[in-house]
Write a protein that binds this ligand. Structure first.
Ligand code: SF4
Length: 472
């Protein structure tokens, strides 16, 4: 089924078409997603109990999400006892207001930030910039995106859509360096600039990969050391944590640390793992740690027994790399900070199905996302459920209208599928029709599919005839 564009405010179809015309973009995407896919396969081949690990992680997440309020309260109490200040934010506006107030009360004007999808989701940079406190992104990919005035197109590789030649031109333009596309020279230029920002920063903002209820600890994973500097050099550290990031016990981290880096970047472990429990008065690190617990629609998903599984996501990005749609169109086509298969199920629930109704349809339902997901989220089933809700409507949400051609096609399909004689008749018609290739080129919605592909021709006898007459 294709997204019913005229009824959907989301512009996925047009943005996807535009992306497909961009050969530089599609080439960069293909190379990067292939590379991450290969690295992932090599990394998980070293773990004989991979499937057991996935199952274990799935159970931990399911258990936690079923008692989210309990574990969040426990996390907040233990983080507070360790010296952190915990804030609760119902939505993005509240979270932005909390961070802005913390910065204003400390007269902090030089802010640095490490990579965080939750802060992208709530538009924190824009909110702080409106009060002359825009943070400098310190993850290399995020910094490139910030310099380019763009949004990330991948949840762990924000600049995946950019070639090194494009980044070289950007640095010449924005930093005034001599022209180069040498990755080492580009990284060195970035390092010099970012170090100056770290040295001067009075407030650091980060995301959180996991929050441990048992100890109030937060864990931040990264490869560049920028998150560690962001969370230790400035006097104040503010961590924005989606409420679904909580896990019950410290020991649970072991399983997620084995799954996440292997699934995301194909590493056995990320270069840095920062475990932060409260503050250490008089010791090293910041004087204050503020943890902003962000709901922004998550609590509503947690009480939906069918869709709750969405919140098990540990943001590894593997489903993006494996998805044939994402591989072809990249992240910006989704019009959301969460692209790919996880974005197609998460965004409509966070923003409302009416706002992003096209996204659950932006999938071939091939199942590659489910196969690679380290917490075994059944993304195809959740996509189907969201499609059903989009078409049937839900309380407070009008049903989206399918294209007329789709309504006719599915109406016919439904009529033919209601009895064996009708079905046989339809199969006979289809076999005749496939001898006239022009039909599939002219008849919508098939014509949209055959615009860029050949319709395969069914070979030999139908399965029903072979079964009845023997497999000769
Ligand atoms: S849905 Fe699964 S594969 Fe996709 S980002 Fe989340 S954890 Fe990774």
């Amino acid at each position: 089924m294709t997204p019913p564009d005229e009824a959907h405010p989301n512009a996925f179809a047009q943005q996807a078409r535009d992306a497909l015309q961009d050969e530089v973009l599609t080439g960069a995407l293909r190379r990067a997603t292939d590379l991450f896919g290969e690295r992932r396969r090599a990394a998980i081949a070293t773990v004989p109990d991979w499937q057991e690990l996935r199952e274990h992680a799935r159970k931990v997440k399911a258990h936690t999400l079923a008692q989210l309020d309990h574990y969040l309260e426990r996390f907040a109490a233990n983080a507070t006892a360790a010296g952190a200040t915990v804030h609760w934010a119902r939505d993005g506006d509240e979270a932005c207001a909390i961070v802005t107030r913390i910065a204003a009360e400390r007269s902090a004007s030089r802010l640095v930030k490490s990579k965080s999808m939750a802060t992208e989701e709530i538009g924190l940079n824009e909110a702080l910039a409106a009060r002359a406190r825009e943070p400098v992104e310190t993850d290399l990919g995020e910094w490139i995106i910030q310099l380019a005035g763009e949004t990330p197109s991948h949840i762990i590789v924000p600049a995946i859509h950019k070639t090194r030649q494009q980044i070289g031109r950007l640095f010449v333009d924005k930093l005034g360096i001599p022209p180069t596309d040498d990755p080492d020279a580009l990284a060195a230029a970035a390092r010099t600039r970012l170090r100056a920002h770290f040295a001067a920063a009075d407030l650091g903002i980060s995301g959180v990969n996991f929050g441990v209820a048992e100890t109030g600890t937060i864990l931040i994973l990264e490869n560049e050391g920028n998150a560690r500097m962001t969370t230790t050099l400035p006097k104040t550290h503010v961590a924005v944590m989606g409420i679904e990031k909580v896990i019950p016990r410290f020991d649970d981290l072991e399983v997620f640390l084995r799954l996440l880096p292997r699934s995301g970047t194909g590493q056995h472990l990320t270069t840095y793992q920062s475990l932060l429990t409260g503050t250490d008065p008089g010791g090293e690190g910041p004087d204050e740690l503020h943890i902003v617990l962000l709901d922004n629609g998550r609590a509503k998903i947690a009480v939906d027994r069918v869709m709750r599984e969405t919140l098990a996501c540990i943001r590894c990005g593997a489903c993006l790399n494996a998805c044939p749609v994402y591989q072809s169109v990249g992240g910006h086509a989704y019009g959301s900070v969460y692209p790919g298969p996880i974005g197609a199920i998460l965004t409509p629930q966070l923003q409302g199905l009416e706002q992003a109704a096209a996204l659950p349809f932006a999938s071939t339902l091939c199942g590659a996302c489910k196969d690679v997901c380290p917490v075994a989220i059944d993304i195809p089933s959740l996509l189907l459920e969201l499609r059903r809700r989009a078409v049937d409507g839900t309380p407070g949400q009008r049903p989206v209208r399918l294209r007329r051609s789709e309504r006719i096609a599915f109406g016919l399909w439904s009529w033919f599928a209601r009895g064996p004689r009708r079905f046989r008749f339809a199969a006979r018609l289809a076999r005749i029709a496939q001898r006239v290739p022009l039909l599939s080129r002219l008849l919508p919605p098939l014509s949209a599919w055959t615009r860029t592909r050949e319709l395969p021709t069914a070979e030999g006898r139908a399965f029903r005839d072979r079964r009845r007459g023997g497999n000769r």
